[in-house]
Write a protein that binds this ligand. Structure first.
Ligand code: SF4
Ligand code: SF4
Length: 483
């Protein structure tokens, strides 16, 4: 054999074995595990799903043509109605503060209790739980489900699969349906769906969300948490030594021995290597291998191990909530900087939103001066300026306002299409949520128009609700006179 070939073969033989970089997907069939944390998660799921489905159906008295809906995101009208609170297009900046409060609140929750959001609140977890429960109910426990997967197609298998996928799709339709009801009058839209006259956008959203729920909760499941959700990758940055995590107590559990005889003979740890904690895990990991980013802190393994410990008459908590400090036996008093920081930032963002709502006026007034002509010198020597006043009634009732003008001596007011009052002011009306433009003329009499130096004068328009709930507003402009 030629020397070059020998060298090439030797080099190839000496190459270190390449690790397998691709792991094919393995379907996980987690076991349903009752227990304390399972009950807590059912309660949280019921509350969250109950709110999600019921809120758009809640009725709330609204004036005029608006649907009597407690929570309504009126996209064509560009207004959000949340019970008595109306968020206007010019207040959309509040969304920034609300998103900041939500983000910092999530960071705070993570710093204190780890991925409790992922395990109990995240919609992916909530819907996956529901889908898994349906699967368990229709197909049976994991062993039976694996048998169904492996079984050849038969009438019975087709029937079982049809029931499961039908129920999954029903949940998907309910999910998408509830979502679109937040954007229109829910009972009307429901009738339109039933008689096939709903708008295309509503059909499209319903179809998209039905499919999204069906695929994400029925098929993608744990892969969303492991591969798609960016939060699982950076949540560790918010942890500190006292953050609550779910962990296996290695000191107590090891050496893990499953054989009863060996356990009686030697000094075995409390873990009997039954793998119940692995069987119930929705992401398919073994918590005994240490902290892993795949762990969504659902606590199913805690319930599983606690039930094993109960059977063995040993104390619970071999797998449980703990902190890194508790695991390493270190308990120095710590100043938890990030907890205080996230707390302060959350309160700051919420405070800004609260401050805005507590101090916002229920009325907005804008006045634009007419530029053509700049002023009109009338035949009796008086000078007139024209303005367009736009008022926005942000209360839930129709309002009547009193308009006056100040700053120009000898000025009189005239408002087109409005009622004049005996004191020279005018009565302007606006329905709830309505922006009403009024043409306003301010006229300075000859006597005052000729007084002093000629030139522009500051003028102030004042609008006051006749009803105290109407609020008040003012606007500064100029009154132009001939030079
Ligand atoms: S390791 Fe335990 S807490 Fe983490 S995902 Fe699995 S079952 Fe849930
Ligand atoms: S459930 Fe508990 S005893 Fe069983 S393997 Fe897991 S940690 Fe060990």
């Amino acid at each position: 054999m030629d020397a070059a070939v020998q060298i090439a073969e030797r080099d190839e033989a000496e190459q270190p074995e390449q690790p397998e970089l691709y792991a094919s997907w393995r379907k996980i069939h987690p076991k349903y595990q009752p227990g304390f944390f399972r009950r807590v998660r059912w309660i949280v799921t019921s509350v969250l799903l109950g709110l999600y489905y019921i809120l758009p159906m809640l009725r709330w008295d609204r004036p005029g043509e608006m649907p009597d809906q407690a929570i309504l995101f009126d996209l064509p009208g560009r207004k959000f109605y949340i019970f008595d609170l109306v968020i206007w297009p010019q207040e959309v900046f509040l969304l920034t503060f609300l998103l900041m409060a939500a983000a910092f609140g999530l960071f705070l929750m993570t710093a204190l209790a780890g991925r409790v959001f992922c395990g109990y609140i995240c919609f992916q977890t909530v819907w996956t739980d529901l889908f898994l429960w349906v699967e368990h109910w229709v197909e049976g426990p994991p062993r039976r489900r694996r048998e169904w997967d492996a079984a050849p197609w038969s009438l019975r298998k087709i029937g079982i699969r049809l029931i499961k996928h039908g129920l999954w799709l029903l949940i998907g339709v309910a999910t998408g349906g509830a979502f679109v009801f937040y954007f229109a009058d829910a009972p009307t839209l429901l009738r339109e769906f039933l008689n096939g006259t709903a708008p295309y956008a509503a059909w499209f959203t319903l179809g998209f969300l039905t499919l999204g729920t069906y695929v994400m909760a029925g098929f993608a499941r744990e892969q969303v948490c492991i591969y798609m959700c960016p939060y699982s990758r950076f949540q560790g940055a918010m942890f500190d030594q006292e953050t609550l995590v779910i962990a296996y107590d290695e000191k107590r559990g090891e050496p893990r021995i499953s054989s009863r005889r060996q356990r009686r003979e030697g000094s075995a740890g409390d873990c009997i290597d039954c793998k119940e904690c692995v069987r119930v895990c929705p992401t398919g990991i073994d918590i005994r291998d240490g902290q892993q980013y795949q762990c969504i802190t659902c606590a199913a393994c805690v319930d599983a191990c606690d039930s094993v410990m109960d059977r063995l008459r040993k104390p619970r908590g071999l797998v449980g909530y703990t902190s890194f400090d508790a695991l390493t036996g270190v308990t120095p008093p710590r100043f938890r900087f990030r907890v205080w920081l996230y707390g302060a930032l959350t309160l700051g963002a919420l405070g800004a939103v609260m401050f805005h709502f507590l101090t916002r006026a229920p009325l907005e007034l804008n006045v634009l001066r007419q530029r053509q002509p700049l002023y009109v010198a009338l035949s009796d020597g008086s000078v007139r300026n024209g303005y367009t006043a736009r008022l926005l009634n942000m209360t839930s009732q129709p309002q009547t306002y009193r308009l006056t003008v100040e700053g120009v001596k000898g000025a009189s007011l005239h408002v087109e299409a409005a009622e004049a009052a005996a004191d020279g002011s005018y009565r302007l009306r606006a329905e709830s949520g309505e922006v009403v433009p009024y043409t306003v003329f301010v006229t300075q009499s000859e006597e005052f128009a000729k007084l002093g130096a000629q030139g522009d004068l500051p003028v102030q328009f004042k609008l006051t609700g006749l009803d105290p709930t109407g609020g008040s507003a003012s606007y500064h402009s100029v009154f132009i006179r001939p030079r």
